[in-house]
Design a protein around this ligand. Structure first.
Ligand SMILES: Cc1cc2nc3c(=O)[nH]c(=O)nc-3n(C[C@H](O)[C@H](O)[C@H](O)COP(=O)(O)OP(=O)(O)OC[C@H]3O[C@@H](n4cnc5c(N)ncnc54)[C@H](O)[C@@H]3O)c2cc1C
Length: 408
């Protein structure tokens, strides 16, 4: 057994797929639950060019224009990688083309969209479509929080779990092994080789990849300990809307929609006319906190779409997205052991980039990382949280602060 990948979401499956397809290496994926069980099977399915949580302007301020351009280029490449995987897969991933629409949730947010459009054009040569309130209301959707918008034309929507199964199918077809219901509980090193224990057996490996993102157990490996902040994200899905309800919201589009909040709220009209609506989750995963978060999201949905005031949620679920101290994902290796690799920390926007990260990991494992773009995501290891024990307190304070800004 040569390479073992821990975690069977987009990152781990993509890594195994690219190792097999591009380098002829049949790696083994061990997944604690089933393939796509983590964020990969339960996300909002909204895909647009972004890496991590930093706004485009902050990326330029922090790393300069040259690096920012490389980061943006990599985010766009991730979209192509995702499209390529979908095109090769035997499964229909329900791709919805037409872009992703960001809607100004208050009139005073439109100037920020205008300057974002300008920045995208001038800094990256990327043409996002700026729309006034009327254009959004007549071409896409109407509601109480529609004051203009910005459409990222290369974005798209996708069925998240079908996408995970698509990568799984490609993985297996290419020769990789995927073992589900196989949590790694003990990780040791014997005579220079890794020995991973699962309830059913032990695996030996020359190299190990950590692809566990927001579900990483704190004790799994020192290289990720105290370096991750898992945060809950929550989704509700309504019953199928009636033709009259859809018409009352003039909800003409199927493309993913997000708003301009720092803690953004997003929605999509699904093929069966249910409305998917999501935002951040509760601070903890208790049944009470989850129930109240579900009610909060329902309130938010009704506030955005007054004609839906009688609509309830048929389904809801949450999942742990993964933040890092510097708000960008990291594809790197343990500082004291170059045979332990990881790609984690995509925030709430990792659908495309986790698939791309899997491809980079595969190249790293065969020493072909020289072709990687020189961006902070690939050149720097995961930073450690100072006062890591107080990460949750910091999170609560940050949420309160961002919510205050969102309501201004
Ligand atoms: C509610 C929600 C909405 C989201 N919406 C969007 C969106 O619209 N657009 C977007 O771009 N991104 C979105 N995301 C984020 C996106 O889904 C993730 O960034 C991406 O799926 C990360 O994939 P991953 O493979 O790295 O991690 P995951 O899919 O979380 O996979 C990690 C896997 O590791 C496994 N694991 C953990 N520990 C062990 C162990 N010890 N042994 C074996 N296996 C283990 C877990 O079981 C899990 O399956 C959303 C996330 C959530 C939760």
């Amino acid at each position: 057994m040569d390479i073992v990948i821990i975690g069977g979401g987009y990152t781990g499956l993509s890594c195994a797929y690219h190792l097999a397809r591009d380098h002829g290496i049949a790696a083994t994926v061990v997944e604690a639950n089933c393939a796509g069980w983590g964020c990969s099977g339960r996300n909002g399915g909204s895909v647009r060019p972004s890496i991590g949580k930093l706004p485009y302007r902050r990326v330029i301020d922090k790393w300069g224009l040259e690096t920012a351009r490389r980061i943006f280029g990599e985010a766009q490449k991730a979209l192509l990688t995702t499209r390529d995987i979908i095109a090769r897969s035997p499964l229909d991933c329900e791709l919805i083309d037409g872009g992703v629409l960001k809607v100004a949730h208050r009139p005073n947010r439109l100037p920020a969209l205008e300057s974002e459009a300008r920045l995208l054009r001038e800094a990256y040569g990327f043409e996002a479509e700026l729309l006034d309130a009327d254009a959004v209301r007549t071409r896409f959707l109407d509601g109480a929080e529609v004051h203009g918008g910005l459409r990222y034309p290369d974005g798209f929507g996708v069925h998240p779990l079908k996408l995970a199964y698509a990568v799984l199918a490609l993985c297996r077809e290419a020769g990789a092994r995927v073992h589900t219901a196989s949590p790694v509980t003990v990780w040791e090193k014997e005579n220079g080789r890794h020995v991973l224990t699962t309830p059913e057996g032990r695996l030996r490996a020359r190299a190990v990849v950590l692809a566990t993102n927001g579900y990483t157990p704190e004790s799994l490996h020192p290289c990720v300990s105290k370096r991750l902040l898992p945060v809950l994200s929550h989704i509700i899905v309504t019953r199928p809307l009636t033709t009259e309800e859809v018409a009352a919201c003039n909800y003409l589009t199927k493309i993913p929609v997000i708003d301009t909040r720092n803690i953004n709220q997003y929605h999509r009209l699904l093929p069966d006319r249910r409305l998917l609506f999501g935002s951040r989750g509760a601070a903890t995963d208790s049944p009470t906190a989850r129930a109240s978060q579900r009610e909060f999201l329902l309130d938010r949905l009704r506030a955005k779409f007054p004609p839906l005031s009688a609509v309830n949620a048929d389904f809801d679920w949450n999942g742990w997205v993964c933040l890092t101290l510097d708000w960008i994902p990291h594809i790197h290796h343990a500082e004291d052991d170059a045979s332990v690799h990881y790609a984690l920390g995509y925030g709430g926007g990792g659908v495309a980039f986790s698939l791309q990260a899997g491809q980079h990991l595969a190249a790293r494992l065969v020493n072909q990382a020289a072709d990687e773009p020189l961006i902070p995501t690939t050149t720097s290891p995961l930073p450690r949280f100072p006062l890591a024990a107080f990460r949750r307190l910091g999170q609560r304070a940050a949420i309160a602060w961002l919510q205050m800004k969102d309501n201004a």
